[in-house]
Each structure stands twice: as structure tokens, then as C-alpha cells.
Design a protein around this ligand. Structure first.
Ligand code: SAM
Length: 231
């Protein structure tokens, strides 16, 4: 059984005010990796006009804003974006309600792309569609960072597997006691290479960083001839 899109948005709506606690790690090696990610995001997307999908409360938007030329930050949840809007940014940032699966921008609108903690929530059969749509609105040669968590047993609740289901799930309880089961998929370096090599010419395992807590892919968009970006 797959969680519907509105349930996922509802979960993050309810979690909005407590969401950024996840970035206040007491674990120094986790903190170190997070800082490495901040450096990588700024280095890759610095000076670019960036489209961010699923920006949530704007934690990474703020980090990126210290280096980007401008950012259009999008999410389907209005409550999380209200929190994001209340922050101060280092470059012009505009917010827009957008469904990551149906981005409404013109083809080739941006030369940078960011998605943090988003791919893990995409049901596996929707990954290719998401990437096609994301790449469509980015220019050839755009630089892209997609980052997410690595599975660590005991962190973020028990991993739920269901027979005959290619996705995995996490059970989450918020401070008000409300309970959710959300799609949370984890990827090996090989899986990431296979997924992205199917969409980006020249993508290799060299484009994958795989740490202890986080992975990210960093690549220049080379749209393969086999892929259709027509909408
Ligand atoms: C794990 S949060 C990540 C937030 C932020 N990128 C971060 O890393 O702090 C996932 C976000 O996806 C958003 N979301 C869920 N479904 C979406 C959709 N179909 N299109 C766009 N955003 C969506 C949720 O509202 C939530 O803000």
C-alpha cells in the first residue's frame, strides 16, 4: 500500500515546526558530514539560478542562498513554505507552490537544480518520471545536486518492508501523538549510479558521494538522446 501524495504533504505540514530539529545533531561525525554537504552545495550551485524542489522549511534554501545568484524554491506544502518565507536569505529567493511531479516551468528555465531529502519519498516507480520532469525544466549543462539519507538502523524509526512491495516505509510519531507511515526508500551507490546513468549521459559512480549518514549525486545535465523531455 502506498501513501498518497496528500498524506505525505499532510505529514510534513504537521511536522513543520519540529522539522529542523533533525539538523541539530549531537553526533559530531553527522554534523561534519552535514557541513561537507553544505560546502558541496555551495560549490556546485554557486552563481547559478537554481530551482529547488520540495524545499520544506527552507533549511537548504538558506544554505544555498549564501552562494546562488537566485533561487526559486518550491514545495507542495503551504505551511512548510510559510516557515521558509520567514527566514532571511543571502540572495533573491521566491517561493512557489509546485508539485515536484508536475513542474509547471518552461523547458530549460534554470541552470541549477537542488532536491534534498526528496528522492527517498518518491515511490520507486515514480523516480524516472520525476527525473524527466525535473530535467525538462533545467538547461542542458545545468548543475544538479540531489541528496538524501543513508539507512542507519535505529535512526528515524524502524524500517518497514511489505511483501511484494519494492518500496520501504518508516513509521513516524509526532510530538502531538499523531502517527504516520511514510515512504522512505534507501539506495546503494550502485542503485544511484544505475538510476541517474539512465537519464544523464556520462553519469558514473564518480558522480556519487556516499558517506555514513548522507549520499548525494552531483552532475552536469547531459540529456541522453534516448530520453524524451517533451513535457
Ligand atoms: C523530507 S521533507 C524535505 C524538506 C527539505 N528539502 C529539507 O531537506 O529540509 C520533504 C518535503 O517534500 C514535500 N512534498 C511532499 N510531496 C510533494 C510533492 N508532490 N511535490 C513537492 N513537494 C512535496 C513535503 O511538503 C516536504 O516539505
Amino acid at each position: 500500500m502506498e501513501m498518497t501524495m496528500s498524506e505525505l504533504v499532510d505529514y510534513y505540514r504537521k511536522r513543520a515546526v519540529e522539522y529542523e530539529e533533525i539538523y541539530e545533531w549531537r553526533d559530531p561525525s553527522r554534523q561534519e558530514e552535514q557541513e561537507l554537504l553544505e560546502t558541496a552545495i555551495k560549490a556546485a550551485l554557486g552563481g547559478r539560478r537554481v530551482l529547488e524542489v520540495a524545499c520544506g522549511t527552507g533549511y537548504w534554501t538558506r544554505v544555498l542562498s549564501e552562494a546562488a545568484e537566485s533561487i526559486v524554491a518550491t514545495d507542495l506544502g503551504e505551511e512548510v513554505m510559510e516557515l521558509a518565507k520567514s527566514k532571511e536569505y543571502g540572495c533573491p529567493v521566491s517561493f512557489r507552490k509546485e508539485d515536484a511531479y508536475r513542474l509547471s516551468f518552461d523547458d530549460g528555465s534554470y541552470d541549477g537544480g537542488l532536491a534534498f531529502s526528496w528522492l527517498s519519498h518518491v515511490p520507486r516507480h515514480k523516480i524516472d518520471g520525476f527525473l524527466r520532469g525535473f530535467h525538462r525544466v533545467l538547461q542542458e549543462g545545468a548543475r544538479i545536486i540531489i541528496a538524501d539519507n543513508i539507512y542507519i538502523p535505529g535512526v528515524g524509526g524502524e524500517l518497514i518492508r511489505r511483501e511484494g512491495d519494492e518500496n520501504t516505509y518508516k513509521h513516524r510519531t509526532l510530538k502531538d501523538g499523531s502517527e504516520f507511515v511514510i515512504v522512505k526508500n534507501y539506495f546503494s551507490p550502485q542503485e544511484l549510479t544505475d538510476i541517474f546513468a539512465g537519464h544523464v549521459e556520462g553519469f558514473t559512480e564518480e558522480n556519487v558521494f556516499y558517506g555514513r549518514c548522507f549520499w548525494y549525486v552531483d552532475y552536469e545535465l547531459r540529456k541522453g538522446r534516448g530520453d524524451s523531455y517533451g513535457g
